[in-house]
Each structure stands twice: as C-alpha cells, then as structure tokens.
Ligand binder design. Structure first.
Ligand code: ZN
Ligand code: ZN
Length: 459
C-alpha cells in the first residue's frame, strides 16, 4: 500500500488559517502550526514565524507586528469603486481592477455577481493597446478584458456612474458589481488609504514596498476603520502624488524623477517674484569634520548651479570636478531621524548638468531640512548643507553672500618652523608625511616638494 504523503508546511498553514475567522496573535498561530509540523531548525518557533512572514500577502497579512489576519478574512467585504475610463465606456472591465494587488494577478479568472448576487456572464474580449510613447515599448500590444455590454445597457450605465466592487469570496476570486453614483461617497477615505500606504513606505527598511503585502493590508485597515469604500488603489496613489508604482513595488515618487526633471518640466520652476526673492540662510559643513563650516545667504531664484558656485568659493575649491546635490528628507516621525536621499543634480565644472537649473525655492525646504553635497566624485568629499532660516531680502544687500565661518585652527609650515619662522601652511605633503608626523608646507616652500603630491588644507 502506498504511504500517504505528508502534507507540506504550506498546506498545514493553509488548513489552520481556513479555520480562523478573526485576527489572531502571531504567537498563537505559530503554536498551532507547531502542533502539526516540526521544522528541523534549531529554533522551531522562530523558523515558523519567519515562514509566516514569507506568506505575507499570499495567505495572510500582518495587521501589526504581532497580529495576523488570514487573507480571506481580511479581504472579504472590502469595497472599492472604479470611475469611468475609456474601457468602461465600452462596457469592458479590465482584470487589473480585480487583481493587480494580488499574487494571482494574470493567472486566474474572476467570477462576477450583480448586486443581488446573481451570476453575471461576461465575455472575454481582446483589446488592442495603443503605444503612446517610447516608454510604452514593453507594454503588451493587447490585453484581455471582461465585456459586460448587456449588463451595462440593462442598467443604463453612463459616465455619471461608478462601479462599486465588493470582494465576496476571496478564494474563489468572486466579486460583486453594483452601479452607483459618486454622490454620497466619502472621498476622505481615499486620503486615509493613501496615508496608510505612505505610512507603510515610511516605516519600511528599504525605500520600496511590495504591492501584494501593502495593498491588501491597507484595504483591510480601512475596512476595520469603517472607511470603505474608496477608489481603486492605483487611482488613489496617482491622485495622491507622493508615490509611484510598477507591477510589484510602490516607492517614493522622487526616486523615479531624476533625469527628466531638468528639461521637460521647466514650467515647474515658474516662480513668482516673492518666492524668488526670499533669502535662504544655509550653514554648510564637512560631514566628517563638522568644525569646518561656512554660513551664507542665497535667494530662492538662485539655482543649484549657483549654490554649487557658493560651495566652491566659500570652501576654496577648484572648479575642476563634478559635484552633486541630494535632498535629505526625513522618513517617518520618529525621534531617531532616518533620512532618504533624493538625487537632485549633477553639476560639471562648467556649471551645467542634470538639475543645474533647479531654483532653490522649488526644493520645498523647511528650516532644519538638509541637502547632501558631494564635491569631486573621485575623492567623494561629503558636505551637509542645512537650512537655518528663510526671510525677506534686505535692501542694499547683494546675494549670495558669505555670513560666517569657523574660526580657523591654523597649522604652520614645517620647513619654516625649522628656520624658526611661523608661516601658515597651505598644503599637506602626502608623500613626505608619515603616520606620526605631518609635513606641512607654505606657498613659499612649495619648491622643496617638487614632484610630491600636495593636498590643500581647508581651514
Ligand atoms: Zn614655508
Ligand atoms: Zn614632499
């Protein structure tokens, strides 16, 4: 007689989850799994716990760190609506509106019901997609849609209507459709949804989050707050404008913006005079030697190329290297500050480059915000530029202007010292210096280091 095959770890978890009808503590679920399945790992509890993490978005979601909800329980009853687009105009619904946030997207068909839960017959229809820009290169040329022409006619659906979708049976991919109008629908729910998703992105360790995990969790949390229905998630995120998504991930919109910000969107830089006149008061310092600092004032209309000029001049740099700017934006609201870096500009020695023309006023900086500035991509000299104040310009003052710098801690020329002279050193000789003894050199003694590698000293 054939031996009955042992059920797999996943089958066991699936079976246990199917008997759970409410949120459950993760530890409790782990204990239930361990009764039926013993992993070979040293720490069985930990092994099961991390396995549950793998199933996040597939069989379950994490309501918070310690609470698990079977995906079926979380998703059933979720409601969202779709507004009219060119496909709906033809009585066609795209599969994407049912499943783009699921791990079965593109693999399974859906079952559709009407408002009184009668089966709705639809026909699969092929829709040709027009490629509108070179970026659509990888877009398929056709997709399958669900045609509901007769149902649309019967219900006299027009573009004044919306279609309310309710998830009826998650495992059977069963959805019900209802015809509604936008009136009476609470639009604040959309904002709440966007905030939940953005909050998850801010908390994530990486700067992107997985759609299959995030979107079901956000729908579930909204359902729990009685804030359904809301718009379809993709429409919400597009309206909200803080995030970008592809088929798998959601990320910060700025992460995808660099490169095209400079040329095509010049009108974005349109500033009114008042904005452009404002004076930005910055303090810049070396990231790894913050006793070396400069403060200066520059106007909103000035560009990142101008800011680069200031950094060169005030820190006595040579204009012969590339430099780059990043905006550092705080992630989340924790006391322990975490930043994400948004690439703003690369500026070449001629003051040109991607982002060089961006005016400071359009960076949307608040007092306390920081820029990262790197001079010389070879030596990677990193600076922090902190915004300390914004005020109206003073008459007669010419901007940009340096307003302060650290008190220099001068070092003196080694050669002159031997002759009992005190001359401020301008260079350090890398070749003649040893670990214990720095060999410094003034401008007059430079000949003694003919052929040596000299580095500027910054005071
Ligand atoms: Zn000297
Ligand atoms: Zn030397």
């Amino acid at each position: 007689m054939a031996k009955r095959k042992q059920p797999s770890r996943k089958q066991i978890v699936k079976k246990i989850l199917s008997s759970i009808i409410a949120p459950v503590k993760a530890d409790e679920l782990v204990a239930k799994v361990l009764k039926k399945y013993t992993p070979t790992a040293k720490d069985p509890k930990k092994a099961i716990r991390s396995y549950l993490r793998e199933l996040d978005g597939e069989l379950l979601i994490f309501e918070d760190l310690h609470t698990v909800v079977p995906l079926k329980v979380a998703m059933e009853g979720v409601q969202y609506y779709i507004t009219f687009d060119e496909f709906l105009q033809q009585g066609v619904l795209l599969p994407v509106v049912f499943s783009s946030f699921t791990n079965w997207y593109g693999k399974k068909k859906v079952q559709l019901l009407d408002a009184s839960h009668r089966k709705l017959d639809y026909e699969e229809t092929t829709i040709e997609l027009k490629k509108q820009s070179p970026l659509d290169l990888f877009m398929p040329s056709e997709i399958i849609g669900y045609s509901l022409e007769s149902w649309f006619k019967e219900n006299e659906i027009t573009n004044k209507n919306i279609i309310l979708i309710t998830i009826v049976d998650w495992n059977k991919h069963c959805f019900s459709l209802e015809v509604k109008t936008l009136e009476g629908i609470n639009k604040e729910n959309n904002q709440r949804f966007a905030d939940i998703v953005f909050g998850m992105l801010e908390k994530a360790s990486k700067e992107h989050i997985n759609i299959y995990r995030t979107i079901p969790t956000a729908y579930y949390l909204l359902k729990k707050e009685n804030k359904l229905p809301c718009k379809y998630w993709q429409d919400i995120l597009i309206d909200d404008g803080r995030m970008m998504f592809d088929d798998f991930c959601i990320q910060y919109i700025e992460n995808t913006r660099f490169g095209w910000i400079s040329e095509e969107n010049e009108e974005e830089y349109a500033l009114d005079k008042k904005e452009g006149d404002k004076v930005y008061c910055f303090k810049a310092f070396l990231k790894y030697e913050d006793t070396i600092w400069r403060s200066f004032q520059i106007q909103g209309i000035n560009t990142l190329a101008d800011l680069n000029d200031c950094m060169m001049e005030f820190f006595q740099r040579d204009f012969d290297h590339m430099a780059g700017f990043w905006k550092c934006t705080q992630r989340g609201k924790n006391k322990r500050k975490r930043y994400r870096e948004i690439e703003l500009a690369n500026i070449n020695p001629f003051g040109e480059g991607d982002g060089a023309e961006i005016p400071i006023a359009t960076l949307d900086m608040q007092v306390g915000d920081r820029l990262k500035y790197v001079y010389d991509f070879g030596d990677w000299i990193e600076h922090v530029i902190e915004l300390q104040d914004i005020f109206e310009p003073k008459k007669k003052e010419l901007y940009p202007v340096e307003t302060g710098r650290n008190k220099p801690n001068y070092k003196y020329c080694s050669m002159c010292k031997e002759k009992s002279k005190k001359e401020v050193a301008k260079f350090i000789c890398i070749d003649c210096s040893q670990e214990q003894r720095e060999v410094l050199c003034c401008e007059d003694c430079i000949e003694e280091h003919d052929g040596c590698f000299l580095e500027d000293i910054l005071y």
